[in-house]
Design a protein around this ligand. Structure first.
Ligand code: AMP
Length: 286
């Protein structure tokens, strides 16, 4: 497995890689969720390139950029173990050379709601770095987790609208046995908070049950029930909503038209902010 820290090295190593190339962009602190993306890409027959870059432009001024975990040796071992071909782990100055004029890439209709409303500028930072990584690596395909559902939708919209020649593959969320979605930020949780954090998954299960088994059609009923589960467990709710799965627009009613809907939650356990989501399939009336 090669590693590259500069753009020049990366371009050289990329040029000497035959066959189709998959890129998996990450911020490191790798866990089984990331590894599932590497393995899927390999199983699909691609040479797998992983970027490890804690991207400052997607963090707000009071967020956890400085304390974000950076266990590099462990991450490289995980990549090696998963059969990754190469790792690109640039410095901040390599990606954002001082003095360079900034470019803004965004998908406003998706970027300013939900996560974007709570983290202004976050998705512009994500789009900028992903567009840049696509240009640097020139992958045939890129793998992303459904764990970051809104991010996945934005990347799909960006590549489609700008005709970027990269196929986007979304992969299911990998969870711990009790349902907590794997996340690098779970490392911030105490044992007690980890237990409390299970409420995110439970609130999504509640939504699924209401929509799929009880055939609840009123989004506000489902949303109130999700919020209740989160609050009862002592979480501070940023949002708990049911949206159309494509544009993430609010729904008048949950209609079983074959269109999927998605339940999305963001909540804080102490000062750790976690997100999760679940796609729901409203049953047809019989
Ligand atoms: P991050 O390092 O948090 O930027 O995540 C890198 C990629 O891994 C993104 O596409 C995430 O959606 C994906 N990812 C993170 N957690 C999970 C998970 N639990 N299951 C599947 N994919 C994940």
């Amino acid at each position: 497995m090669w590693t590259a820290t500069t753009v020049e090295e990366l371009r050289r190593l990329r040029a000497s890689t035959p066959g189709s190339v998959a890129l998996v962009p990450t911020m490191g602190a790798l866990h089984a969720g990331h590894v599932s993306l590497f393995e899927a890409a390999r199983a699909d027959g691609h040479a797998v390139m992983v970027s490890i870059f804690v991207n400052p432009t997607q963090f707000g001024p009071n967020e956890d950029f400085d304390r974000y975990p950076r266990p590099l040796e462990q991450d490289l071992a995980a990549c090696r173990h998963a059969g990754v071909t190469g790792v690109f782990r640039p410095t901040v100055d390599e990606i954002y050379p001082p003095g360079q004029l900034e470019c803004l890439v965004t998908v406003p209709v998706l970027a300013d709601i939900l996560e974007g409303a709570h983290r202004p500028g976050h998705f512009a930072g994500v789009c900028r770095v992903v567009a840049k990584l696509f240009n640097l690596v020139q992958p045939d395909v890129a793998y992303f987790g459904q764990k970051d559902y809104q991010q996945l939708r934005i990347i799909e919209a960006m590549t489609q609208d700008l005709a970027m020649p990269v196929q986007i593959v979304g992969r299911p969320t990998v969870r711990e046995p009790q349902g907590l979605a794997m996340s690098s930020r779970n490392a911030y949780l105490t044992a007690e908070q980890r237990h409390q954090a299970l409420a995110l998954y439970r609130s999504l299960g509640k939504a699924k049950n209401l929509v799929e088994a009880d055939r609840e059609r009123d989004p506000s009923v489902v949303e109130s029930a999700m919020q209740r589960v989160l609050r009862e467990n002592g979480l501070q709710v940023d949002y708990a909503v049911v949206r159309d799965a494509r544009a993430l627009a609010p729904l008048q009613r949950i209609e079983p038209r074959g269109l999927d809907v998605v339940a999305l939650v963001a909540a804080r356990v102490g000062n750790v902010r976690l997100i999760d989501n679940m796609v729901l399939k409203p049953p047809m009336n019989t």
